[in-house]
Design a protein around this ligand. Structure first.
Ligand code: VGL
Ligand code: ZN
Length: 190
């Protein structure tokens, strides 16, 4: 835990808070929608501090390689421009949120928000050094994003209350892996 006051050089990175990853969606993460109020608080804090807000989204073409019908591990999910691919309706993303789409090639999957998106360069160009990360799913795309963020030298803070896993039993293991990568695990200050 650190002082959770946001400052210049920070960015909030919200990973894949989309309908398909929430209860009722195509690839539901248990309690996935529970991250929404937590992340809304961080959105407010980011706006107050003038800190940029970045939201990644899983954004697959039809017949994506990760779908079971193509021999992949997942049910059809987050197909471009479908309701399931939209951000959760209660997530209060401001209009100037920077949207990052990933997994857009037919033949290649991308779990990390950094994978094939150019996000690292975008952040560096803006002098971002610290990231505050939350979203879905803790054991898939959040984990991959946190690993890449750490490997790229960003000071990476994980909003533990603002993540949920496809396999909830694995959260402890996931947090340990994040910690080993050098991420800082953040729980509520009060
Ligand atoms: C994700 C499974 C498949 C995620 C994306 O955003 O965590 N999980 N595609
Ligand atoms: Zn996907």
């Amino acid at each position: 835990m650190t002082d959770q006051a946001l400052q210049a050089g920070d960015a909030l990175l919200i990973v894949d808070v989309q309908n398909d990853f929430c209860p009722g969606g195509a690839l539901p993460v248990p309690e996935g929608d529970a991250v929404v109020p937590v992340l809304n608080t961080w959105i407010d804090r980011s706006r107050e501090a003038g800190v940029p807000i970045i939201a990644s989204r899983d954004w697959h073409p039809v017949s994506h390689v990760s779908f079971r019908e193509q021999g992949g591990p997942w049910p059809v999910h987050c197909v471009q421009d479908t309701e399931g691919a939209r951000f959760h309706p209660d997530l209060e993303l401001p209009p100037d949120t920077v949207r990052v789409s990933k997994g857009t090639a037919f033949d290649r999957d991308a779990y990390s928000a950094f994978d094939g998106t150019g996000l690292e360069g975008y952040l560096r160009d803006r002098g971002i050094r610290r990231l505050w990360v939350g979203g879905l799913a803790a054991d898939v795309c959040v984990l991959a994003t946190v690993k890449d963020a750490c490997a790229s030298g960003f000071e990476t803070h994980v909003l533990v209350d603002g993540i949920r896993a496809v396999e909830p039993d694995k959260v402890g293991e996931v947090l340990q892996t994040m910690d080993e990568q050098g991420a800082i695990l953040e729980r509520k200050e009060h």
